[in-house]
Design a protein around this ligand. Structure first.
Ligand code: FAD
Length: 466
């Protein structure tokens, strides 16, 4: 079978590339060894956000009296939670299969192995093999959890995000190794479900890619909810005693032990190129990912790679954008991914979302900048929601013509951030955002007020004392 494009991997990078290729008139074959939708739909974005919603609902019940509602009895039913999650995942993965079919993309279920620069061997589900040929091949095989070399890391009860998503019995005590996005999201969910959660983070702040002020604020708010966060701390060993796991921690030279039921390892992800035969083809890669040029072409002409497997920013929407751009470039269009405008969200309590430069990055780049902030405690909608912890922070050029970055910690931050993304994409000045009428009462008013502060027109902030 001959194709213009063979896509290996049906995650948000691969399936989007396949559909875009078909839209552009290419004959496309996509090969997937597991379920379509990849990590994102099956073991990443969607299942975590389903559990996050369950945690939010539980949170409403936990704080129902603050809304004036007395709830006598309620409890978490993890089996039903899992059933709901599976149903959503199935709906979405079936949707992807339907879209591929509707776009006349040929689907092959099996494991792909590159055997030359234009041919791929597929080990089909029954065990038989077949070879397909394509003018172009795109590797979108994604990533897998990586485990650090800690003694005891393979003990029973030490899990990754994949197993954490499948839990049907809540760990009474949980230690999470790693205070990055995945660790923080699980901490928020499982703490809300009722687990006693401790996060052990090697660095001196959690979610280090986020503006320092926002990550410190989140640390305090998570602490307030009962999540313990040990910073500048290293897990030295995990051992088993009776029915529990014991985690040996070294915090700045001070050693402690924590007993727990589960340890969740969320120290990062690494490229998944198992069985792809990259070495024999001479495709260059290292621990961070497959090496590609500006066209996403690997060291072998005609073979391309995108998404988590090339490292960079490991997010579903980045993989999808790269998926669109790689095929557009294959057909000769000169589109590109704007890596300066990647929205990044952390679904926790409260949500955190950022785009563009943090204050530290602006400082390190020696930019002349100004900062505008607005606290959700002064926003009517946030108060009606009983969800007024947090702020919007805007970093802009001193002449106020350019917005460098926007950082939101607070309710619905993951949706609100797109107002900032669009403003930055359209290169609106601070004044243009500040003078755009925002509906009342809405959370968006907090973004408008943060920009109004920069141009000296904030209404709902008392003037600075002289
Ligand atoms: P993947 O989604 O990993 O897809 C790769 C596909 O290739 C897989 O289906 C795999 O089975 C297949 N494959 C691999 N090798 C072969 C082979 N040899 N033959 C055939 N098929 C093969 N990102 C966000 O943007 N938002 C979030 O909220 C978010 N939450 C996350 C939560 C968790 C717990 C995790 C783990 C990740 C999360 N991510 C999130 C990251 C996101 O899931 C990834 O960035 C995204 O899935 C990468 O897409 P991809 O297409 O590059 O790879």
């Amino acid at each position: 079978m001959n194709a213009d494009l063979i896509v290996i991997g049906g995650g948000p990078g691969g399936y989007v590339a396949a559909i875009r290729g078909a839209q552009l008139g290419l004959k496309v074959i996509i090969v997937e060894k597991n379920e379509f939708g990849g990590t994102c739909l099956n073991t990443g974005c969607i299942p975590t956000k389903t559990l996050f919603k369950d945690a939010q609902v539980l949170n409403y019940f936990n704080y129902a009296e603050e809304y004036g509602i007395k709830v006598d009895e309620y409890k978490l039913d993890l089996e039903k939670v899992q059933k709901r999650k599976k149903h959503i995942v199935k709906t979405l993965t079936s949707g992807v299969k339907g879209l591929l079919k509707a776009n006349k993309v040929t689907v092959e279920k099996g494991e792909a192995k590159l055997i030359s620069k234009d041919s791929v061997e597929i080990k089909l589900e029954g065990g038989s093999k077949k070879i397909i040929k394509g003018k172009n091949i795109l590797i979108a095989s994604g990533s897998k959890s990586s485990k650090p070399p800690i003694k005891g890391i393979d003990l029973e009860g030490v899990i990754t995000s994949k197993e954490a998503l499948e839990i049907t019995k809540l760990p009474q005590k949980l230690v999470i190794i790693g205070g990055g996005v995945i660790g923080i999201e699980f901490a928020g969910i499982l703490n809300e479900f009722g687990s006693d959660v401790t996060i052990v983070e090697f660095l001196n702040n959690i979610i280090p890619m986020v503006d320092n002020e926002v990550s410190s604020r989140l640390t305090k708010l998570l602490n307030k909810r009962g999540i313990k966060i040990l910073l500048s701390s290293k897990v030295e060993e995990i051992s088993k005693s009776d029915k529990e796991l014991v985690v040996d921690i070294n915090q700045n030279g001070e050693k402690t032990k924590i007993a727990c039921n589960n340890v969740l390892v969320s120290t990062g992800r690494e490229l998944d190129v198992d069985g792809l035969n990259l070495d024999n083809l001479g495709i260059k890669y290292d621990k961070k990912g497959i090496k590609v040029d500006e066209n996403y072409c690997t060291s072998v002409p005609g073979i391309y790679a995108i998404g988590d497997v090339i490292g960079g920013i490991m997010l579903a929407h980045v993989a999808s954008e790269e998926g669109k751009v790689v095929v557009e470039r294959i057909v000769g269009e000169k589109t590109s991914v704007d890596y300066d405008l990647v929205p990044n969200s952390i679904f926790t309590f409260p949500e955190v979302s950022t785009v563009g430069l943090s204050e530290e990055e602006a400082k390190n780049k020696n930019l002349d900048y100004v900062v505008g902030k607005f606290q959700f405690s002064g926003n009517g909608k946030a108060l009606t929601m009983n969800d007024s912890d947090g702020m919007v922070k805007v970093i802009a050029s001193k002449d106020k013509t350019t917005i460098y970055g926007v950082h939101i910690i607070g309710p619905n931050a993951s949706d609100l951030i797109h107002e900032a993304v669009i403003a930055m994409k359209a290169m609106l000045t601070v004044e243009e955002v500040a003078s755009t009428m925002h509906g009342h009462p809405t959370l968006s008013e907090a973004f408008a007020e943060a920009t109004m502060g920069i141009v000296g027109k904030a209404i709902h902030v008392p003037p600075a004392r002289r």
